[in-house]
Design a protein around this ligand. Structure first.
Ligand SMILES: *Cc1c(COP(=O)(O)O)cnc(C)c1O
Length: 372
């Protein structure tokens, strides 16, 4: 028998979440963020399943875009960080990518493109996050410069990204939204596509949706706020992380469990060992008390997470035995809750899963069930 450490994925939940987002945003279109292996869910199998119901894909690199093209997907693809070297311009143009330009250097690299090789571009504006983008006061100049470049196809897009949209009443977000609106309004006769909101923005900036939103987390069923749950928004978790008890026994009072003796048993008690650890992507920073569902009952994690295993207090579930199932996050155990017991965000938990965890689609028999 194989090691029982698996991710179960739900196509129904994925499509439900996208329908919910679309319902919330009305006529605005979706750029589905499938970067980082679709947040750990498998870029090929996720993208294939959602291609008919989203408009564009969003990825972090040309490599990720080429994966989508290699499986025959024809939706537009946004390269959210643009090109990383001059040669990428021609490949991006050939594969019909929408390329974000965030720096002067990328504009200089455009010269590597023959004028007949046309490409769609978006200008990224740094409205206050100070990660990527041109400052608002540089945009009119950059826009004017690019507008007549023969290599550019169609209307130039404008976009920006929020620093704190996962906080519902952030002053920073309000300032960024205002700065963005100003710059969009300041370009004479501007008629290109506009995009501002990630998941947090979709939830709390409903007047700033523009033409395209860029959900990541929401599609996967996870709420962007630190203290809210996807289910409060009507979302359903796409990923459920599962394993099994591989050892069950009783430990004496005062005995310690695991590396560095970080948990001491208050009484003689049943404990279980589950086949999952930080070598699978379960967070090392999960503290004593992090909930784990054993046979549907919440039991607390005890001791330090090891590379391949962790220990659980089985007092709430004393009849548990070897082979019983354990859910680490997902269905009936929100990943948002798990994140709150760690030093990680849900984004990092999802994308942190390692290769040796096998991923399966559970409610989709039309296609390969192994997620890739
Ligand atoms: C990752 C990313 C998103 C999606 O962010 P979520 O918070 O997961 O919705 C949107 N826009 C850009 C530019 C990104 O890099």
């Amino acid at each position: 028998m194989a090691r029982p450490t698996n991710v179960l994925l739900s196509r129904d939940h994925l499509l439900h979440n996208i329908a919910l987002i679309q319902n919330k945003i009305g006529g605005t279109r979706i750029i589905a963020m499938v970067k980082a292996n679709a947040y750990g869910h498998g870029i090929r199998s996720v993208s294939k399943r959602i291609a008919p119901v989203i408009h564009m894909f969003g990825v972090a690199s040309l490599d990720e875009a080429l994966i989508l093209r290699s499986i025959g997907l024809t939706n537009p693809i946004m390269l959210a960080e643009g090109v990383f070297e001059p040669e990428e311009w021609a490949v991006a143009a050939h594969h019909h990518c929408d390329v974000v330009i965030h720096h002067q250097t990328q504009i200089q690299w455009l010269d590597a493109l023959e004028p007949h090789q046309k490409v769609r571009i978006w200008l990224k504006i740094n409205t206050g996050m100070n990660r990527l983008g041109f400052f608002p006061h540089d945009i009119p100049k950059v826009y004017a410069l690019l507008r007549h470049n023969p290599r550019i196809q169609g209307d130039i897009g404008l976009m920006s990204h929020f620093a704190s949209s996962e906080q519902p009443y952030s002053v920073k977000t309000t300032q960024q939204a205002a700065a963005f609106k100003d710059i969009v309004g300041s370009i004479p006769n501007f008629s290109g596509p506009v995009s501002l909101c990630n998941s947090g923005g979709i939830v709390n900036r409903e007047n700033d949706l523009y033409d395209y939103v860029r959900p990541g987390l929401l599609m996967y069923g996870v709420h962007p706020y630190h203290y809210a749950m996807g289910q409060d928004f009507g979302l359903r978790p796409v990923m459920t992380l599962k394993s099994q008890l591989i050892s069950v026994y009783t430990v004496k009072s005062q005995d310690t469990v695991g590396y560095n003796e970080t948990y001491s048993c208050p009484e003689s008690m049943p404990i279980g060992i589950i086949a999952i650890g930080y070598g699978d992507g379960y967070p090392l920073t999960a503290r004593n008390g992090t909930p784990i569902l054993v046979n549907g009952t919440i039991c607390p994690l005890i001791g330090r997470v090891a590379m391949d295993m962790l220990a659980v207090d089985l007092r709430p579930c004393p009849r548990a035995k070897v082979g019983d199932s354990a859910t680490l996050w997902g269905e009936n155990l929100p990943i948002e809750t798990i994140a709150s017991f760690t030093q990680e965000h849900s984004h990092a938990l999802l994308t942190g899963l390692h290769n040796r965890v096998r991923c399966f689609w559970t409610d989709d028999h039309t296609d390969s069930q192994v997620s890739t």
